[in-house]
Design a protein around this ligand. Structure first.
Ligand SMILES: O=P(O)(O)OC[C@H]1O[C@H](O[C@H]2O[C@H](CO)[C@@H](O)[C@H](O)[C@H]2O)[C@H](O)[C@@H](O)[C@@H]1O
Length: 419
C-alpha cells in the first residue's frame, strides 16, 4: 500500500494517511486554519508514505524552505471531522483493519515457533532500518567531531524518550538516574523539554528548574526572556516567581474554554468504555486507547468523532495509542524549537547545533525543523522500524540516558558545548 502526503503553503488543503504504533491509521483531508499571525511561517512540504501489510512503514519527505528566514513544516494536522465526508464507517473500519494487522490475535502469537520467527524477522527489519537511521551512540564521536566549536542546544520529548511507555499515563515516571543525567546536561547545555502533556504535569514528573518547558505540543511555552541565557532557566517557577525574566507563549490561549468543554464531553462519551481515559493537556485533550480492549477501539473512535465534529476549529492528531484533539492552528513542536532558539538569540546563528530527541509522530515536526533549517541532529527513539524523518536513532530511554551522559562527559572534557 502506498500513501501520499501533500501540503502547500500555510492556507492549504492537506491529505494525510498515517500508520502508527499498533497500526493505528487515519486518513483525512482538511483545510488548514489561518496563520496565528506569529513571526513563523509555514513552509511547503511533500512526503510519500509507504506501509506494508505487516504494519512496517516508512516515508520519505522533503521540505522546501520558503524565502522567510524562519521556516518550519508540519505533517501531523489531520482531522477525523473531515473523515465524515468520505464515510465515517469506511474510514474507521480501515483504521481498525490496519491496527489489527499490527496486533495479531493472541492465539496466533502464542506458538513458540511463530514467536521465534517473528522475533528474527523483526530483528532483521530493525537492522535494515538502522542502516538508514544509525544509532547516535554508535557514531557519537563522529557526531561530536562535527559539533566542535558549536553551541549545542538540546530538545527532549518526555514520554517514550525520558520515561518508558507505560499503561497508565499518570504513572509515567522518569528514573532518578535519568533525572540526574538530564540535570547534568542542562547545567552545560541549554535544554528544553517539549511534550504533548500540559507543562505543569511534565514539570511534576521532571522536577528540574534548570530546564525550559513547552507543554501541549509546544502550545504552552515557558521560556527565557530577551537576553536571558539557557543556563539561567528556572523551570516553571519562572512563571510565578520570576515573571519578569520569563516569557510564556501560548499561541492557542483563546481555545482554552473550548478545550475545557471538549474534555468534559469526551470524558462523558468515554466513561462507559472500559479502560478509556481522557487526559486534559491544557491546550489539547488526549484520548487513550492503550488499556481499551481492541474490540472497543472502534466504539471509542466513534465517540471521539461524535464530539469533535461539533467543533470545526479543532482537529485530531495521532500519537502512540492516543487520539489528540487540538486547535487547528499552525503551531507544533517544530515551531516551539524555533521559538526557543529565537528567544535564546540563537535563531539566526550559524554556530548552533540543535539536537532533538523524540519518539512520537508529533516529534516529526521538530525533526523537520532541526534537519532543514539548522542542520542539526534529529534522533528518533524506537526499538522498531518506524516512519521518520529523523536522521539518527536510539533504541529506548536507557540509550537516551547513555547519550546524555556521553554528552556531559564530552562537554566536561572539551568544554565546547557552548560558544
Ligand atoms: O510528547 P510526549 O511527551 O511524548 O507526550 C505524548 C503523549 O504522551 C503520553 O502518552 C503516551 O505515554 C503514556 C505513558 O507511557 C502511554 O500510556 C500512552 O499510550 C502514550 O501515548 C501522555 O499521556 C499524552 O498526554 C501525551 O500527549
Amino acid at each position: 500500500m502506498e500513501m501520499y502526503v501533500t501540503n502547500r503553503t500555510s492556507r492549504c488543503s492537506s491529505e494525510v494517511i498515517m500508520v502508527g504504533e499498533g497500526g493505528m491509521s487515519l486518513r483525512s483531508k482538511q483545510r488548514a486554519a489561518p496563520s496565528d499571525g506569529s513571526h513563523l511561517q509555514f513552509s511547503q512540504y511533500s512526503a510519500s508514505v509507504m506501509a506494508s501489510s505487516s504494519a512496517l512503514y516508512s516515508y520519505r519527505s522533503e521540505v522546501i524552505p520558503s524565502t522567510s528566514p524562519v521556516v518550519s513544516a508540519s505533517i501531523s494536522v489531520t482531522s477525523l471531522r473531515k473523515t465524515s465526508q468520505r464515510g465515517e464507517h469506511g474510514r474507521v473500519s480501515g483504521w481498525l483493519e490496519t491496527m489489527k494487522a499490527a496486533s495479531p490475535p493472541r492465539s496466533a502469537r502464542s506458538k513458540v515457533g511463530d514467536l521465534f520467527r517473528s522475533k528474527q524477522l523483526l530483528e532483521a527489519q530493525y537492522m535494515e532500518w538502522a542502516t538508514k537511521h544509525p544509532s547516535a551512540l554508535a557514531i557519537f564521536d563522529k557526531l561530536m567531531e562535527v559539533a566542535k566549536g558549536k553551541q549545542i542546544v538540546l530538545f527532549l520529548d518526555y514520554d517514550g524518550t525520558l520515561a518508558p511507555i507505560v499503561e497508565d499515563p499518570d504513572e509515567a515516571y522518569m528514573s532518578d538516574a535519568m533525572r540526574a543525567a538530564v540535570k547534568k546536561v542542562a547545567t552545560l547545555i541549554p535544554t528544553a523539554i517539549i511534550s504533548g502533556r500540559r507543562s505543569d504535569k511534565v514539570y511534576e514528573f521532571v522536577q528540574l528548574p534548570e530546564l525550559f518547558y513547552a507543554g501541549s505540543h509546544g502550545m504552552d511555552i515557558v521560556g527565557p526572556a530577551d537576553g536571558f541565557t539557557g543556563l539561567e532557566a528556572d523551570g516553571l517557577r519562572s512563571r510565578d516567581e520570576k515573571r519578569k525574566e520569563a516569557v510564556c507563549y501560548q499561541p492557542a490561549s483563546e481555545f482554552l474554554p473550548m478545550i475545557n468543554e471538549v474534555y468534559k464531553a469526551l470524558e462523558e462519551h468515554a466513561k462507559n468504555i472500559l479502560g478509556a481515559k481522557v487526559e486534559h493537556n491544557k491546550f489539547c485533550a488526549t484520548v487513550h486507547f492503550r488499556r481499551v480492549e481492541e474490540e472497543n477501539w472502534q466504539l471509542l473512535a466513534q465517540e471521539v468523532q461524535r464530539v469533535v465534529k461539533r467543533y470545526p476549529n479543532l482537529c485530531v492528531t495521532q500519537g502512540r495509542k492516543v487520539l489528540e484533539i487540538r486547535p487547528s492552528i499552525q503551531w507544533d513542536k517544530g515551531k516551539a524549537v524555533n521559538y526557543f532558539l529565537q528567544t535564546l538569540d540563537l535563531g539566526n546563528c550559524n554556530n548552533i547545533l540543535p539536537v532533538y530527541i523524540g519518539d512520537d509522530r508529533t516529534d516529526e515536526d521538530a525533526f523537520h525543523v532541526v534537519n532543514q533549517k539548522h542542520n542539526g541532529y534529529s534522533i528518533l527513539v524506537s526499538s522498531a522500524p518506524k516512519a521518520t524523518s529523523a536522521t539518527y536513532s536510539l533504541n529506548n530511554p536507557s540509550e537516551v540516558m547513555e547519550f546524555l551522559l556521553r554528552l556531559v562527559k564530552r562537554c566536561q572534557t572539551f568544554g565546547e558545548a557552548r560558544v
